[in-house]
Design a protein around this ligand. Sequence first.
Ligand code: X8Z
Ligand code: ZN
Length: 609
Amino acid sequence: MNLSQFRPTLIAASLSLALALPLAVSAQQPTVEDAAAFIEEVEQWSREYGEYSARVAWIQATYINFDSNWLATRANTESTEKGVAFANRAKDFNDLELPPDMRRKIEKVKLGLNLPAPTRAGAAGELAEINNRMRSAYATGKIELDGEQVARNDLEEMMGTLRDPDRLQEIWTLWREVPVAEREDGGNMKSDYAAMVKLSNEGARELGFDDVGTMWRSRYDLPPADFAAETDRLWNQIKPLYDQLQCHVRAELNEAYGDDVVPLDQPIRADLLGNMWAQSWNNIYDLVGPESADPGYDLTGLLEQHDYDALQIVKTGEAFFSSLGFDPLPESFWERSQITKPEDREVVCHASAWNLDGKDDIRIKMCTKVNEDDFNTVHHELGHNYYQRAYQDQSPIFQTGANGGFHEAIGDMVALSITPEYLQTIGLLDEVPDASSDLGLLMGRALDKVAFQPFGLLMDKWRWQVFSGELTPDEYNDGWWALRTEYQGIRPPVARSGDHFDPGSKYHIPNNVSYTRYFIAHILQFQFHQAACEMAGWEGPLHRCSVYGSSAVGERFNAMLEMGASQPWPDALEAFTGTRQMDGTAMVNYFAPLMTWLEEQNADRSCGW
Ligand code: X8Z
Ligand code: ZN
């Protein structure tokens, strides 16, 4: 029990407040003491059941079979039932004056479930079964290429390395057959998704939300409508940069593939951008990077040349955090993590970071490949782990990010410090390229980070429309492509119909992981990076700044991480950066020289789609 959450002074103060308002508090109405007891019950349960269900989920994710699915479905059912009951009880304290800390906990309990089930008997179990089927379908869906079964993460990698448009189209299309593959009972991921939407919306309405989308938008210490407007504001800050990038990339792909494959007056074919979902484009740097500003190396090549294996990549990531002053990862991390793909069983390959016991049992689960993408992803995942460990002394209710975007931004901020200078420091690069390579370096980053933003935004725009009923199941796929085209300026390589379920080809849809967090994280990580470089006394261009080795940065970083979700996120942001606003100008400024160059390149081109 974490007694620091129940400081006697706070309780005494709030009790006297309650006593001073006798008219507002009838005999039946709950008291502050009731609220304290309720919170304690939630915390106790979270500690005990949280560890149990995390261990079950770990087994299921790293050893998918009939039994682990059975166990996970049962644990999910139980925790949903309990979470719904807690959220409903939390509403009893709506009209009670509480000290801010307790009020914040009560509000968090109301929002605690990712997908609430209705309270009627059997509903939580039904929801858990549906979700489990979708999760397994995504992780284990089989894809045959030339008569041979190919591992899903090999296919993901192939989208980055192959350059034959027919082959790319083939893989792209096969991947998207999984979400519509029919089961023996006639259902598929799409029908499951529609059933999940219906059930969880019913649960959200019982809790007083309009729908699940509103519930998800309520997690940012802002009214949900204000949060949606905030994401649009941030997007509009960076959209001009994205538009220039899209225009240039289309022109370069047109050079590479010709008018038939890449017509200049249409959105870009989604399979040509070096990524299964066209969400990050750094893998096509060789096709679209500025010839005059070659950085002279690529990270994948360096890792190969230096015989890095997956374990060494993780050790390298750990060493970065150690250089900031964080303690080494515990022995159990190395014993229990899944760093590479086991050959003998089905696993969930999509990368994730775990804390199993709310204390030091932190781990990553990856099917790490030795390439640039996974080098970055390892840092991303470790960021989650160091955050989890830093806030372990908070109440379990506050053991999460200041908002979802913070959690996703921690490791990414560190990865922004993977500069040529840093690579030289750790012995991967012999010679640091001079300033004439800056445009190339910036282009590499932009293809990863700027290209991501419209995708980061539209994933949940689509779900918000789905949960609100604006899109019906028949319209799911068309609505998806309408957003993909509007925001990203891309199009499917082959005709799609209402029978397809292309959103289901992306992990976070069948797994119900909200996605605005990544959009926010891409904004925040540049704010963090800028602030960190200032703290480290860096005076050059931000893309050349590495905070490797700066204990001053580490200390202030840790102060933010330790807070977890105990304070509204502007407080956490202020603790590290001194500002209380999310702001896209840090990202825009970082890429300013590239923007100028892109505008020059595009001057005589007809942009837009
Ligand atoms: O899902 C992830 C992480 C795990 S939280 C690997 N990311 C998003 C994705 O892969 O789509 C990181 C970037 C965006
Ligand atoms: Zn993440």
